[in-house]
Structures are given as structure tokens and as C-alpha cells.
Design a protein. Structure first.
Length: 266
């Protein structure tokens, strides 16, 4: 069973538990049913708090669920775990590694996805050099201690404006909660992921691609490559932004996601 966190669970429970509130309960249930189910997929070393600002900002239009991508060591297993717990049909948004999982879901169950948003992500597989670096990092971690996000890694993940302050603190907090064992599983999943470039042309749902102008991990040319291969997709580049747009520029991402949710579903 996939692990999905949802901010609507408490509201739904309350809507059916207060005696003498039948009309309110019915209206509340109708409101929940009217919301668009949206599955959010976090990136490497990220947990559900990555999407906290989006969940809150879109509460009037979206029923959000955040997948737990810390439990499996392949992208395929992450996709299957997510599909097992997701609604019958949903909109899908993934950041970085979450985008890899989103593309795998599009291959396995395209009929269940009504919209797709890929943020700071890529459709390419790992290069041999990058896989060697990941393997070396895993071996080093197994011999030593998990230190989370180092200052050097943070410089690759976020824009220079965000290497100190709330974004940096939140990144370190998420990494600490995810931990070393899950990090190893995620790194294995990333370096063994399939190349998705050839399957992009089969995507027929409204698709939005977002990238940070200064993204060093999955740079703008990777995003443009996806955009060029998905017919009718939209492309958005955010200035003064690195690899973590949902944290670095949440208001812009929220605006884009709201517009994306208003597009007619496939």
C-alpha cells in the first residue's frame, strides 16, 4: 500500500463526525468531492514538507496527496506504490526525482492521470559518470556517517540567494528526517532509472514544465527538451532560482500550478 499524506483527511473525518450537522456535513463532503485530486511527488532527500506551501495555497481547488518516495530503491517500485494508494484519476506533479517517478507513472497508467507537471526535472537517464559518482557516494556513506546536505551540495541545489536562511534550513531539516538509509535507496533508484525521452511523445495530457534559471542539477536545456517532445506543453523558467523551485519561489509555483489545474483535463 502506498504511503500518501493528505491534508484533506482531517477535514473529511470532521465533516462526518459532528452530530446534528447534517447539512454542513453534506456541503463539506460535496466540497471535498469537487476538489481536483493532486498527487505531489517529492525529490531526493525531500519529504512532504517540500509541498507544504503548495498544499496550503491550493486548498480551495485541490485535494492534495503527497507520496512517500523513501521506501523503495527503484523508480518503478516508487511508481507502483504511489499508484496503489492514489485515487482512480488524479493530476500529477513531481519535482526532480519526483518527476522521474511521474514519467514512470505515465508509462504504466496514463489513463489515470488527467494533468502532468514536471518541476526541476529531466527525462534523461543517468550518465555513466554520474552513476559512478552516486556509487562512490553510497560507499562513502556506508563507511561513515550520514551528514545530510553539506554546504557544497546546497550550493548545487539552490540559488546563491538561498544558501543561507529559511530555504537552506528547510532543506537540511528534510534531509535529516529522510535519513541515510532512504538516501541510499533513492540514489539507487535515480541511477538505475530508465531514459524517458522516447516515451515523451506519447503523453497526451495537459503538461506544464517548470525550471529554475540557475538549476545546476537538471538545467533549463533538459526542461526545454521535455517541452519540445510533449505536444501542447507549456514551459516556464523562474529567475533567481535553482533546483528547488517549490521552496525557493513558492508564490510563482503556486500561481503556475493554479493555472495548470484550470486547464481542461484530458
Amino acid at each position: 500500500m502506498a504511503s500518501l499524506a493528505t491534508d484533506t483527511a482531517e477535514f473529511t473525518t470532521e465533516a462526518h463526525s459532528a452530530p446534528g450537522q447534517t447539512a454542513w456535513n453534506r456541503a463539506s463532503a460535496d466540497h471535498v468531492l469537487a476538489l481536483e485530486p493532486v498527487v505531489f511527488l517529492p525529490g531526493l532527500l525531500c519529504d512532504q514538507s517540500l509541498w507544504r506551501r503548495q498544499v496550503h495555497a491550493l486548498a480551495d481547488v485541490a485535494a492534495p496527496m503527497i507520496a512517500d518516495l523513501t521506501l523503495d530503491d527503484t523508480i518503478g517500485a516508487m511508481a507502483e506504490r504511489t499508484l496503489a494508494a492514489a485515487p482512480r484519476r488524479f493530476s500529477l506533479a513531481g519535482l526532480s526525482m519526483g518527476g522521474y517517478v511521474a514519467l514512470e507513472i505515465m508509462r504504466r497508467a496514463p489513463e489515470r492521470v488527467s494533468r502532468l507537471a514536471l518541476i526541476n526535472s529531466s527525462a534523461r537517464g543517468d550518465t555513466p559518470e554520474r552513476s559512478r559518482q552516486r556509487k562512490a557516494g553510497i560507499e562513502s556513506l556506508r563507511r561513515g556517517k550520514f551528514v545530510g546536505i553539506t554546504h557544497r551540495l546546497l550550493g548545487d541545489l539552490v540559488h546563491a540567494d538561498n544558501t543561507v536562511g529559511p530555504v537552506a534550513d528547510e532543506m537540511r531539516g528534510m534531509a535529516s528526517r529522510v535519513g541515510g538509509d532512504a538516501f541510499i535507496r533513492q540514489q539507487h533508484a535515480i541511477m538505475t532509472r530508465p531514459d524517458s525521452l522516447d516515451s515523451l511523445g506519447a503523453i497526451r495530457v495537459p503538461t506544464m514544465i517548470v525550471v529554475g534559471e540557475g538549476d545546476r542539477i537538471t538545467p533549463p536545456d533538459h526542461a526545454r527538451e521535455i517541452h519540445s517532445r510533449i505536444e501542447g506543453s507549456s514551459f516556464h523558467m523562474i529567475g533567481a532560482c535553482g533546483h528547488m523551485a517549490a521552496l525557493e519561489h513558492p508564490e510563482q509555483v503556486n500561481f503556475l500550478l493554479r493555472n495548470w489545474l484550470q486547464r481542461q483535463a484530458a
